[in-house]
Design a binder for this molecule. Sequence first.
Ligand code: TXE
Length: 496
Amino acid sequence: MDGEPDLYIGGVWRHASDGGTRDIVNPARGKVAAVVDEATPEDARAAVAAARTAFDDGRWPGTPVTERAALLDRVADLLQRDKEELAALETVDTGKTLAESRIDIDDVTSVFRYYAKLIGAESDRVVDVGDPAVVSRVVREPIGVCVLIAPWNYPLLQMSWKVAPALAAGATMVAKPSEVTPLTTIAFVRLLVEAGVPPGVVNLVQGSGATLGAALTDNPAVDFISFTGGLATGRVIARTAAEHVTKVALELGGKNPHIVFADVTAGGDWDAAVDHVLTGVFLHSGQVCSAGTRLIVEESVADDFVAALVARAGKIRMGDGLDPASETGPLVSEQHRAKVESFVQLGISEGAQLVCGGRRPDEPALADGYFFLPTIFDRCERSMRIVQEETFGPILTVERFTTEDEAIALGNDTEYGLAAGVRTSDPARGERVVRALRHGTVWLNDFGYYTAAAEWGGFGRSGNGRELGPTGLAEYQELKHIWHNTAPTAAGWFKG
Ligand code: TXE
């Protein structure tokens, strides 16, 4: 950034080996905000090799757990010290509002604090094998060299969900942020260095996935790949990793249902339901893997519910995320907006009824950014591509149901399975429906919340593996069973 080297390999900040750079665009203004180094495959291979050396010589896996935990806590302190700076950088890079970026930095901090505590509390499992002479225990060891690939919608947050448990576990790593949004990850790695991460333990390369992908994933020196991104890329990575039998964890987005029963009027929670459906889909202009993009609403209240949504969607204030008056920002890039626009055309051609948005805003002040209005399609059918495919934009589709079974069937009619929401005033129905839905996170009378202590991940093609929680740490660990015979005698199996 600004002429400083941005690649961090083997404890040294470097420019790209071929001197290449990339322009990073502020999506609210359509202007270049920074120029960063663009790694070559040679740089990526050097980063993996550095992580391999740092793992194999034991400098991090051999560091006592208490020291690793203390380092994570120091990182958390530094994140809070630099919170405003990091939040502003995230806003410039992604377009999200400053309020959202600040929440992201707090989340990242809490993830570091959580794993600092968790790693300190872990203990070996003693197994009784029925022989007092044998001490048998199962211990956790770091998995080795990890490649951490993150997307552009929550750049620092998603990278930290990987880096924090990897560091806690004693693994070494190569971090590759999205080439669209690398700025906060570069700043974050500087904080890791300041906190005292030894050379080679965390390495950073940024650049196009298509160019760097093979060097990072088709590489026998890598033990684990944690990827968050699109389904198509996830498939490529899983296929490539299979060649080396490299363990892979994938978070590949979703097409998440938000089911609203007519009884939401009964308990007076109608307004909360409307509000959560609205926020669930239009926050960060829909660029959220768990966005509630499929409204599945009971027929008897559907017209009123959609009317209430349309009224509020029309009032959402779009603007530059740095402006405190903005409630939501632009799409991340011109290319991504073009993709969202093609989905709108698709919805119209499939016969869905466009009742709101579907175009760019008129305000001249927004003309240079990649803004797109909150969009609602009513009268959708489950077979439509606009209902089944992830648009990753501010597009809500509306389907209607008449029975609970039908609502569940619609909610499960997706190849994904990341998240779902259910709104009902009937707790028994709520529990029934929540248990019947095949999604990794299900919110009952709420939407969008998560915590460092609870697992995050998907069923179906939303991926495999989990982040956060104890399982998010276990991803970065191997289990080893140690059988120690303290009084060995001959087995006597062979008599000769
Ligand atoms: O993602 P990619 P894209 C979905 C969303 C979006 C679609 C495509 O629907 O429209 O994915 O977005 C790196 N080997 N999500 O194209 O390509 C890439 O450089 C190794 C859902 O931007 O999956 C970036 O760092 N890495 C998602 C990361 O993969 C490769 C969030 C993600 O980019 C690579 C974002 C390769 N061959 C988009 N190709 C979610 N789960 O939240 C690319 N990359």
